[in-house]
Design a protein around this ligand. Structure first.
Ligand code: DC
Length: 223
């Protein structure tokens, strides 16, 4: 059976950086499920589908295909065969993903893809409901979080590094809104799975967090 490490947590907690780094170190595949919700959201935005129109979103789903491929160990994601790995990182698309990921049909569309990837290879999968719903039997489950202020500052630095000129107060407000949406939706809300280890990374740097998760996995005898 493949080894599955599930990392869940709110926006900006550092899940993708940590999961990507650790996957590389352990020789695991990294599966970014947020990218899948972002890819669907990109389609809705590009096609002018109102994000609050659940019926229109459901009607659009059969026309959308989401595919993952790995090139030199890096995840690339395709929207109807177009590589959208870069475009989906925009803040607007992240917010649209948060707004539309509560619809049951949207979640259903991505579930099989996520479970198939986890069954195929040893992987670290990150998202919101991986430990609690998608992979209930994952051998290691981590709930990664940090304070809103810390997460906003991290995202600010990330965007600034890309040459964007974000406003810290706006990012903070965005993150608080996303937490609210992601934690309070009816279907698969962001919750800590009962058997997940809670890790607050506000005062930890990336190597420390990676080392801690690796230690947890070794303690469980998984690695
Ligand atoms: O992790 P991220 O910022 O790329 O995720 C974008 C949005 O997708 C997030 O606000 C909520 C949604 N999402 C989800 O509902 N379930 C997941 N497993 C991953 C992401």
């Amino acid at each position: 059976m493949a080894i599955n490490i599930a990392i869940d947590g709110p926006a900006g907690a550092g899940k993708s950086t940590i999961a990507k780094g650790l996957a590389k170190r352990l020789g695991f595949v990294y599966v970014d499920t947020g990218a899948m919700y972002r890819t669907l959201a990109l389609y809705f935005v590009e096609n002018g589908i109102a994000l609050d129109d659940e019926a229109a979103i459901e009607a659009a789903l059969p026309a959308v295909s989401v595919r993952i491929a790995y090139q030199d160990g890096t995840q690339h994601i395709f929207l109807n065969d177009r590589d959208v790995s870069g475009e989906i990182r925009r803040e607007e698309i992240g917010n649209a993903a948060s707004a539309t990921s509560g619809y049951p049909e949207v979640r259903k569309k991505l579930l099989a893809l996520q479970r198939d990837l986890a069954a195929e290879s040893d992987c670290i999968m990150d998202g919101r409901d991986i430990g609690s719903f998608v992979l209930p039997d994952a051998q290691v489950k981590i709930y990664l979080t940090a304070s809103v202020v810390t997460r906003a500052k991290r995202r600010f630095d990330e965007l600034a590094e890309k040459g964007e000129s974000p406003k810290l107060s706006e990012i903070e407000a965005d993150i608080a809104k996303r937490d609210e949406q992601d934690m309070n939706r009816a279907v698969s809300p962001l919750v800590q799975a009962e058997d997940a280890v809670y890790l607050d990374t506000s005062a930890m740097d990336i190597p420390e967090v990676m080392a801690e998760i690796e230690r947890i996995a070794r303690d469980k005898g998984v690695l």
